[in-house]
Design a binder for this molecule. Structure first.
Ligand code: SF4
Length: 360
């Protein structure tokens, strides 16, 4: 398992995916050309990716094109939406039947598969047999908030491989230990993270925060731990990461991760989502990059949750390339290094911004 995490910024998920796949040399991770490959997007519900819940279709398409180019042919897109939603609706809405015909790949609704009963760390679960019998899994989660686990990403996305009964059981068992237990059984060989516009708080979307970022890694524990920091959390805030650490099943110390940025963040006019509009009034953005701005919004959201927001007393936090050479009071990112107090990074990370806010 490599400690490398590749990051790329941009507006074109297809070409960003291609660059990530080339950088990580995805074809070398799969041992045989006849390997049964499972691609796992996130279709928690049937909704458009721009609403912050579901995986961008272009990413899945890029992975298929890349695999086909390198001679892999046994490819299945497998997913099971949350309890109460029909996976078939997502496949239809997002054009997967056309894609399956075009590239000669299979679609699997895991709700309709047969299951094998597994016990992991004392937790019973029913996992899709086709997934368990596959040779290589490519997980393509969306990095977004979650009302119970705070963050949902690679490890939690694996829930789509469970029967609906096990999905329910996971909730009744508090989610954290079950998610860690599942992650010990299912260890995808590659994770391509869709962090283009994940929701601020809810896995079902509706309040997307545009980050225009994607990542690739082979270690789901390391990637989730690093991603927590991008969302403004410590590893200790994310229950299933804490359990994974306690059980010794995965590396959650991303301080030794090798973070490789393939390019620089995108500058764009910032458009805070509906839920973040009241947070945006604490920002002063001038040519801000989306990844940096998303970190600031997420940090402000965390700060609000701890009751700290009112302590800002109307002060605004400067962000963006328009602040180069200027001297605002508070700033985020290397562009604002002239500020009296600023957070390092390009882009800055939400957990570092939160730390500055807490110190004020
Ligand atoms: S520090 Fe400046 S250049 Fe870097 S991501 Fe932030 S706004 Fe963009």
């Amino acid at each position: 398992m490599s400690n490398k995490i590749y990051m790329i910024y941009g507006k074109d998920p297809f070409s960003m995916s291609m660059e990530l796949l080339s950088a990580i040399q995805a074809e070398k991770l799969i041992e045989r050309k006849d390997a049964r490959i499972i691609i796992k997007p996130n279709f928690v519900i049937a909704d458009r990716p721009e609403r912050g819940a579901t995986t961008h279709t272009e990413i899945v398409e890029a992975v298929i094109v890349y695999l086909k180019y390198h001679g892999f042919h046994d490819i299945t897109v497998a997913e099971g939406s949350w309890v109460g939603a029909r996976t078939a609706d997502a496949f239809r809405l997002l054009g997967y039947h056309e894609m399956a015909r075009k590239y000669d790949i299979k679609l699997l609704d895991t709700k309709k598969d047969s299951y094998r009963k597994i016990v992991s760390h004392g937790i019973r679960m029913e996992i899709s047999e086709s997934v368990l019998d596959s040779d290589f899994i490519i997980n393509i989660p969306v990095l977004k908030g979650h009302c119970q686990t705070l963050m949902t990403h690679a490890m939690k996305n694996l829930k789509g491989f469970l029967s609906d009964r096990s999905k329910r059981d996971f909730h009744s068992q508090g989610l954290m230990e079950p998610i860690a237990a599942l992650s010990d059984i299912i260890r995808p060989g590659l994770i391509i993270s869709d962090s283009i516009c994940g929701d601020l708080d809810f896995e079902e979307g509706g309040n997307p925060v545009e980050s225009d970022r994607m990542m690739a890694a082979t270690d789901q524990f390391l990637l989730d731990s690093f991603s927590a920091s991008l969302m403004g959390y410590d590893v200790s805030d994310i229950g299933y990461l804490e359990v994974a650490k306690e059980w010794g099943i995965g590396d959650t110390d991303f301080s030794h991760a090798d973070i490789i940025e393939l390019n620089k963040p995108v500058v764009k006019p910032v458009r805070p989502c509906q839920m973040a509009i009241h947070l945006a009034k604490y920002t002063d953005a001038d040519e801000a990059c989306s990844a940096c701005y998303a970190s600031l919004i997420r940090a402000l959201k965390r700060f609000e949750e701890t009751g700290g927001l009112t302590s800002l007393k109307g002060r605004k936090i400067a962000i963006g390339q328009g602040f180069k050479g200027k001297h605002p009071e508070l700033g985020v990112g290397i562009c604002c290094q002239g500020a009296e107090k600023f957070v390092k990074g390009c882009p800055a990370k939400a957990d570092d911004i939160l730390r500055m806010l807490e110190e004020l």
